[in-house]
Write a protein that binds this ligand. Structure first.
Ligand SMILES: Nc1nc2c(ncn2[C@@H]2O[C@H](COP(=O)(O)OP(=O)(O)OP(=O)(O)O)[C@@H](O)[C@H]2O)c(=O)[nH]1
Ligand SMILES: [Mg+2]
Length: 294
């Protein structure tokens, strides 16, 4: 026994799930990408970009953290998707080890914040308050003090910038300090739960959100039925579904200009990420039962 005592103890391996939750547009997906160091989730300036639960895996010498991106909390009675997306965010809080409540100091603490705070309040796990967008100038961070005042409801408070990768390391250190000991969930070479077809569809959807205005992106859903890898090129077929022929026309644009712009932006990002040429065949179709697919 005495001999064992003198041996250095094996390093503890930490492992677990950290869910990012918060109002739409606070930068949860941007933060997930920065924490993992790879672009996994779509990031746009429009609310309700994220629709699915997306995992981003961070492996370090201390262990494995699985960050869980969720749809933002967005109260819009006119939008039939909102209820479904909020339900998904709720489910992503089950069985996790740490919750990260992400906030935007340039937005006031409104009804959506209160709804989100209510979701995390009764969770019996460590809670981190992450105030994002620290890079914004002071005069835009008008509500910073309101968020800081919530600090006593949390285990720790961080001010970070996902976009400029600021103050991210202390946040990661805290996560590994708080995670329980355990075996990794994912093999070390797997960064996410999403498969390649879904990932391509998300990149295209991101470009649609960036290129089109107002309600048009919310009428869309993207599917990638086929990715064919040839020696020097990926041939990818993707279909953009919308529920209204009026929107179909807008997605295609005059003389096909919009869909071309979306296709070029998506192809560039795919080529950079896949390190190979990409031939992207984009189609737009009307499908009234689109919403059931989401
Ligand atoms: N200035 C600044 N902008 C940021 C930062 N992080 C994210 N953003 C911007 O905030 C907007 C929303 O980012 P997302 O990551 O899509 O936000 P989200 O919380 O995932 O949004 P939903 O998926 O709709 O819930 C985008 O325009 C980002 O570029 C940051 O650290 N600083
Ligand atoms: Mg998002």
């Amino acid at each position: 026994m005495a001999k064992e005592k003198n041996q250095p103890s094996a390093p503890v391996f930490k492992s677990g799930f950290v869910t990012l939750i918060g109002r739409s547009n606070v930068g949860k997906s941007a933060l997930l990408n920065t924490l993992v160091g790879t672009k996994i989730a779509a990031v746009t300036d429009k609310p309700q970009t994220t629709r699915d639960i997306i995992h981003g895996v961070l492996n370090t010498a201390q262990g494995q953290a699985v960050f869980v991106d969720t749809p933002g909390i967005f109260k819009d009675k006119g939008n039939p998707l909102s209820g479904k997306l909020i339900q998904r965010a709720h489910e992503a809080l089950e069985g996790i080890d740490i919750v990260m409540y992400v906030a935007d100091p340039s937005k006031s603490l409104g009804v959506e914040e209160r709804a989100t705070l209510a979701m995390v309040r009764n969770l019996d796990i460590p809670k981190l308050l992450v105030i994002n967008k620290a890079d914004l100038p002071k005069h835009e961070k008008l509500y910073l003090d309101d968020y800081l005042a919530l600090g006593d409801q949390f285990t720790a408070v961080f001010e970070v910038s996902a976009e400029e990768n600021r103050h991210i390391q202390p946040l990661k250190d805290k996560v590994f300090e708080l995670l329980p000991e355990g075996q990794p969930t994912y093999p070390s070479d797997q960064l996410t739960n999403i498969n390649r077809k879904f990932w391509v569809a998300e990149i295209i959807r991101e470009k649609i959100f960036k290129a089109l205005r107002q309600e048009v992106p919310y009428s869309t859903h993207v599917e990638v039925p086929e990715i064919e890898e040839k020696p020097d090129v990926y041939v990818i077929k993707a279909i953009v579904y919308t529920y209204d022929s009026r929107y179909k026309k807008m997605i295609i644009g005059t003389g096909g200009r919009s869909i071309k712009e979306i296709g070029i932006a998506a192809r560039k990002e795919l080529e950079a990420a896949l390190n190979k040429k990409v031939f992207l065949e984009l189609e737009v179709e009307t499908d009234r039962r689109w919403e059931e697919k989401i």
